[in-house]
Write a protein that binds this ligand. Structure first.
Ligand code: NAD
Length: 327
């Protein structure tokens, strides 16, 4: 038995695939719990022999018993809970969004309680915050007021409250992390996925229109995954806190410039909608670094160059099918 064995929900998604890759590369056993069956993100960033080492359990986080049974049967004592429906899916089906994002998270805490696991790491989101004009600064700190502007943000806020109550009532410690715009190989769905899709288009020499503009927090998927693992490694952590991530705070035009630098052949053909997201320009990770130590950080230019190089490789080796991706 390996004490670090980690139960990762939603690990067929972008961040989960990167968490899985990083854990396996540290020789930590991983159990993937996901309702999906499509392994395309894992296949994009992991080698086949690595995928062969994963224990897959297909299951639904909305099913209380299934979550507890899966956790019990795999024997993992660490939990990184990432399974969720993103903004467009919550908007299209609010009851399902609430079920997966709110009840799903309650089920994770219930399973932890049943099995005596007292440390849970989970994904909240910068979507718990309001629009930029509601704050007195561009880059907001951890204690800025939560003013969500969509149901997804409301559900994530419920997750933070849920974590606090499970700490208060049952002593389960937790760390919630609030990513903003995650980019990198595997980021292909959700409201803020279009910068990464532009990187894929650039790798294929094609034009792309990014669906938003303004200044935003951009976080490289590998850094985000490493931060989740860093939080999960802190098994002596006490309390139920949630934290902002930092990353590169940049205007979308700077992302376009980074893409053009890595793929000069698409210069002038990667455009963006000049409409900012209803969020502050950036979130500060100062409180997180104080709590869990120095954080991984890949500068935007480097993260974009890595992503485009990875996509070029994947396109030429057939690991990614552009038509299926854009379907
Ligand atoms: N990507 C971002 O920029 C970003 C920003 C803020 C917060 N987050 C949060 O981080 C987490 C991971 O994000 P991501 O980009 O990897 O998401 P993703 O959409 O790529 O992956 C989500 C995964 O959850 C799984 N899932 C959905 N419903 C499920 C269910 N009922 N039971 C089990 N699994 C289910 C999906 O199959 C998928 O593999 C999510 O909680 C998300 O809300 C992401």
């Amino acid at each position: 038995m390996n004490d670090a064995h980690t139960f990762v929900t939603g690990a067929l998604g972008c961040i989960g695939a990167w968490v899985t890759r990083n854990l396996l590369r540290k020789d930590v056993p991983v159990t993937v719990f996901d309702l999906g069956t499509d392994r395309k993100r894992l296949e994009l960033i992991l080698e086949p022999d690595e995928i062969a080492r994963i224990c897959f359990i297909r299951g639904d986080v909305t099913d209380t018993e299934a979550v507890e049974n899966a956790l019990r049967s795999c024997g993992a004592r660490r939990i990184i809970h990432l399974a969720a429906l993103q903004v467009p899916f919550c908007r299209a089906n609010p009851p399902l969004g609430a079920s997966v994002n709110v009840i799903g998270t309650i089920n994770i805490f219930e399973a932890a309680k049943a099995l005596g696991i007292d440390h849970v790491v989970y994904a909240s989101s910068a979507a718990v915050y309001g629009s930029g004009d509601e704050y007195d600064r561009d880059i907001i700190e951890n204690d800025a007021p939560f003013l969500p502007k969509n149901l997804y943000g409301v559900f994530k806020l419920a997750n933070q409250g849920t974590a606090q109550i499970y700490h208060q009532d049952y002593g389960i410690n937790s760390i919630g992390l609030r990513p903003y715009t995650v980019y990198g190989p595997g980021r292909d769905q959700g409201m803020t996925s279009t910068p990464t899709r532009a990187m894929l288009a650039a790798a294929a020499g094609q034009p792309w229109h990014i669906s938003f503009g303004g200044r935003n927090g951009f976080q490289f998927a590998d850094d985000v995954a490493k931060t989740f693992i860093q939080a999960s490694d802190l098994t002596a952590w006490k309390g139920a806190e949630s934290f902002n991530l930092g990353g590169s705070i940049a205007h979308v035009s700077e992302v376009v410039a980074a893409i053009e630098k890595a793929a000069p052949e698409v210069s002038g053909r990667i455009t963006f909608e000049d409409a900012p997201l209803a969020l502050p320009a950036g979130t500060s990770d100062r409180a997180l670094a104080d709590a869990i130590g120095p954080l991984p950080f890949t500068p935007l230019d480097e993260g974009v160059a890595f992503t485009i190089a990875h996509f070029r490789d994947a396109l030429s080796s057939g690991r990614i099918d552009l038509d299926a991706y854009n379907a």
